[in-house]
Write a protein that binds this ligand. Structure first.
Ligand code: PLP
Length: 409
């Protein structure tokens, strides 16, 4: 007979032994002091640290006007929508936000979801089923939600080497001309900061009659003249067919979406289980997200300030001889290469230095690529950067010494 408890305990034990068990820190977020936050340590003492792993890149979650709009509409309309989109859960706020997103991405339509994860799973699985014989061509570094969506479609999948346009072309050329196909990739890769050759991929897709689907989750708000992501840097007719984005990172609220031609959005709206059978986003969330997008689109200084902060941070790390993996994006990964050591360093950063960076371990990154994924925001100060760089310098040195003694022994 199956011992359910014991089986699960064994799974958890193995995860812990590998160093991949996830421990959460209960953060007391402060709108006023962000990125500084407060937390209780194991002894019950209130402590403070600076957050170096938030995706609230532009600090829009703590923007007064955005938070104010959330509170105002929550007072008017209540806390939740009270229904699925089909059953009384479509409000004026949903409609307005979808129009805003379609305009941001220069597409005919947009469709809202509870998050970009759900948007990826639903859009990919639905579209895969609507085209019999569909083949997905998927970048090997795609996010878990993309992998999940393709899996649920039941369609065939071919994986191309990361950002390797020649390999993608080879795979496309090998397909029978009449088979429907979709190329799926991210614009800014969330762990490495690598940026995809979006224009080249779209051009190739057009030659091979393929649809293109891009996850712009880590690009919206931050890239493109008005924050429309990497695709917004291209001519509208050279942009990918379907753009996936989040309202939770650059826009600081929550929720996800796709933007595409009207017929594509309508098909996902009509057949997508993850769209149809779930309560819609609260109207206040939609209104706050629309306000955030408006501010981010209009205030180009925000984007300039953000990229300037990325440059300053990297300069500071270099000054303290902290190596990071170079990339053209805004994510600054410091490779550790071992799950247990990665966790130990992160713990010491928090306990001894007041620096909070989550260790990124398998399966988020392949084994051997465990890293500290550092993200700066528009509110990090020079003093915060000095503290981070000094702390990392000290702890990485200590780790190297300890590790070399360990190897020698
Ligand atoms: N796509 C990528 C590349 C991500 O990194 C994430 C989340 O971190 C998502 C999708 C999911 O976004 P959301 O948090 O809006 O569900």
């Amino acid at each position: 007979m199956t011992d359910y408890r014991k089986t699960l305990e064994q799974h958890m034990l193995r995860l812990k032994q590998e160093g991949n068990y996830r421990y959460f820190l209960d953060v007391q977020k402060s709108a006023r002091d962000f990125p500084r936050f407060y937390y209780e340590d194991a002894q019950g003492n209130t402590r403070t640290a600076v957050n170096w792993c938030s995706n609230d890149y532009l600090c829009m979650s703590v923007h007064e006007s955005v938070a104010g709009r959330l509170a105002e509409v929550a007072r008017q309309s209540g806390a939740g929508s009270g229904g699925t989109r089909n059953i009384s859960g479509t409000t004026v706020c949903h409609r307005e936000l979808e129009q805003t997103l379609a305009s941001l991405h220069r597409k005919e339509a947009a469709l809202l979801f509870g998050g970009a994860y759900l948007a990826n799973v639903t859009a990919l699985s639905t579209l895969g089923k609507l085209f019999p014989g569909m083949v997905f061509l998927s970048d090997e570094r795609n996010h878990a939600s993309i992998i999940e969506g393709i899996k649920h479609s039941g369609a065939e999948k071919m994986i191309f080497r990361h950002n390797d346009i020649q390999h993608l072309e080879q795979l496309l050329t090998g397909l029978p001309a009449d088979r429907p196909r979709m190329i799926v990739f991210e614009s800014v890769y969330s762990m490495s900061g690598n940026i995809a050759p979006v224009e080249a991929i779209v051009r190739l897709a057009q030659q091979h009659n393929a649809l293109t689907y891009v996850d712009e989750v880590h690009a919206v708000g931050l890239y493109g003249r008005d924050g429309g992501g990497i695709s917004a840097l291209l001519q509208a007719d050279h942009a990918p067919d379907i753009i996936n984005g989040t309202l939770a990172k650059g826009f600081g609220v929550t929720g996800g979406y796709i933007a595409a031609d009207r017929v594509i959005a309508d098909a996902v709206r009509s057949f997508g289980s993850g769209f149809i059978f779930t309560t819609s986003l609260p109207p206040a969330i939609c209104a706050a997200a629309a306000r955030s997008i408006r501010i981010v689109r209009e205030d180009h200084r925000l984007r300039l300030l953000f990229h300037e902060k990325v440059r300053q941070l990297r300069q500071m790390l270099a000054a303290y001889s902290v190596p990071w993996i170079p990339n053209p994006g805004h994510i600054t990964p410091v490779r550790i290469g071992d799950a247990v050591r990665c966790r130990e360093i992160a713990e010491r950063l928090l306990d001894e230095c007041g620096v909070y960076v989550q260790p990124v371990n398998y399966p988020t990154v392949p084994k051997g690529e465990e890293c500290l994924r550092i993200t700066v925001t528009t509110r990090h100060s020079e003093a915060d950067m000095v503290c981070l760089a000094e702390s990392l310098q000290y702890l990485l040195q200590a780790d190297r010494q300890h590790h070399s003694v360990y190897i020698a022994a």
